[in-house]
Write a protein that binds this ligand. Structure first.
Ligand code: 5AD
Ligand code: SF4
Length: 498
């Protein structure tokens, strides 16, 4: 695994740390640097004893927020001295979990079971769990009782204390469990190191948590209340990333359109975008996720006039029935959503629109479902993530009557999937024959004479080329649409804006 390391500042902090002294009391990067230095000494000692490198593997479940958190976890592990690997046959395996739907939890336990052969071979192996699922008290109970071999557990509010927790595990040779899941959720620690997966693109958190309490969703309970990072911290991080060769940033938040609420000096999301736009070296800006209720005209204007903001908007619909939208606490109707989609298409005809849809919310009738299909047919999404409603304990929807029977939900899910796939194929093909800027991401996984990249609309394109193009934005003619991707031909070299 060849990551790209971020945060020279953290390295400097470690250099200036004196382990003879007590650790700094205040919970911040200086304290973590202290423990990271301690961890690296412990790991070096172990490596000397074993006569080989110690390895670590971080596995991500769930969304792009988790992907970014995993980069931070890898950054800390790499600084501690571990050799990072993709193989779970490692000295430390950490699962960064998701709990949005129940099957995400089931998958984590299944995967833990799969580690047993490695555990037998390497009894000192450290298995850790972190992320959203660890914010659920029932899961913690289960891990304490039935998964004693999981040595390290921490929640989403404790990620910045990972180095300290790691030291505790490395020092506990009797195999006790180190569990820390409580924490202040108003605390944002800046400057954590990270090991990026890609040289040329990166996620950047602009806010954490969510205040919306959609009635099906567990996120506000596990990620806490919404809090925005200060614009200057975000701009500083992105400036450093740009200096490091990053061309594309994805601004991440559960509801980016409400960015800035609660900041001492107010700043809207549209204003933040304009600041990011000015950063030299950044050529593409994406963001995720937008809530339809908060998408402002200012944002549409900012997008429309921007050279850098990509022509892609992910706008979760969830349902097309006003009755269900109200029961979901979404604060918009199918008509206001459609009006917004029409406005977006009018202002930016080349925009690609994608969405999330849930089927089988409690009380959903065939008529409600038909209304969802109706909105899908009117908006004509480029692609849609479709989900079967999953009952999450503690949420308001879990207490609602009228849970829809499984077979009815599955039947609706199949029908919805067919429809979104049919429309998605048709919409994707609208770019056929056009030449568009493509950011080249990697060598094609099946055919190494092809390179794979994405257009501003986020459409995947494969085209003949070589790996020297990785990280460049090049012109590619989209020759033939193969459903959800294109085969193309490169027509022009490196260029500035995408
Ligand atoms: N059941 C099914 N899907 C859900 N999502 C969130 N909570 C649930 C749930 N309980 C979906 C929503 C959201 C996406 C990230 O996950 O569609 O937009
Ligand atoms: Fe969940 Fe709704 Fe917040 Fe999205 S906006 S994270 S669906 S509560």
């Amino acid at each position: 695994m060849n990551g790209v390391f971020e945060s020279e500042e953290f390295r400097r902090l470690i250099q200036h740390t004196d382990l003879e002294k007590e650790p700094p009391e205040e919970d911040g990067s200086a304290r973590q640097a202290y423990f990271l230095k301690e961890a690296s000494e412990l790991i070096r000692e172990k490596e000397e004893k074993l006569g080989r490198r110690m390895t670590a593997c971080v596995v991500t479940f769930g969304c792009q927020m988790n992907e970014r958190d995993s980069e931070k976890l890898r950054g800390i592990l790499a600084l501690a001295g571990y050799e990072m690997t993709d193989s779970e046959d490692a000295d430390l395996v950490l699962y960064n979990t998701c709990t949005v739907r129940e099957n995400a939890n089931i998958r984590v336990y299944g995967r833990l079971g799969g580690l047993s052969a490695y555990r037998k071979k390497n009894p000192e192996m450290i298995i850790g769990l972190c992320g959203c699922m660890m914010q659920e008290p029932d899961e913690i109970e289960k891990i304490r009782k039935d998964f004693r071999y999981v040595r390290l557990v921490f929640g989403t509010h404790n990620l910045h204390r990972f180095a300290e927790l790691l030291v505790r595990v490395l020092l506990s040779d009797k195999g006790e469990q180190v569990i820390e899941v409580a924490g202040k959720d108003d605390h944002i620690v800046e400057n954590l190191p990270a090991e990026r997966t890609y040289l040329f693109k990166s996620g950047v958190n602009i806010m954490f948590g969510c205040n919306n309490f959609c009635t099906y969703c567990i996120v506000p309970y596990v990620r806490g209340r919404e809090k925005s990072r200060k614009p200057e911290d975000i701009v500083r991080e992105i400036t450093e990333l740009a200096r490091d060769g990053v061309k594309e940033v994805m601004l991440l938040g559960q509801n980016v359109n409400s960015y800035g609420r609660g900041l001492l000096e107010p700043c809207s999301f549209a204003e933040l975008l304009q600041m990011v736009e000015k950063i030299d070296g950044i050529e593409r800006i994406r963001f995720m996720t937008s809530h339809p209720k908060d998408l402002s005209d200012d944002l549409i204007e900012a997008m429309k006039h921007s050279e850098k903001i990509c022509r892609h908007l992910h706008l979760p619909l969830q349902s097309g029935s006003d009755r269900i939208l109200s029961a979901m606490n979404r604060h918009y109707t199918s008509e206001t959503y459609l009006e917004l989609a029409r406005k977006l298409r009018r202002e930016m005809p080349d925009l690609s629109l994608t969405t999330d849809i849930i089927v089988g919310f409690p009380g959903e009738t065939e008529e409600d479902f038909q209304q969802t299909l109706d909105v899908v047919r009117k908006v004509r999404y480029d692609s849609a993530f479709t989900f079967i409603y999953s009952k999450r304990s503690g949420t308001a929807a879990a207490r609602m009557e009228d849970q829809v029977p499984d077979e009815v939900v599955h039947d609706r899910f199949d029908r919805l999937l067919k429809e979104v796939q049919k429309i998605g194929r048709e919409e994707t093909s609208r770019f056929e024959g056009q030449t568009l800027p493509v950011l080249v991401e990697r060598v094609n996984r099946e055919d190494d004479s092809l390179m794979t990249g994405r257009t501003s609309q986020n459409t995947v394109v494969h085209f003949p080329g070589d790996c020297s193009l990785i990280g460049q934005i090049v012109d590619v003619r989209l020759d033939s649409c193969k459903g959800f991707y294109y085969i193309g031909t490169m027509t022009g070299g490196n260029h500035a804006a995408g």
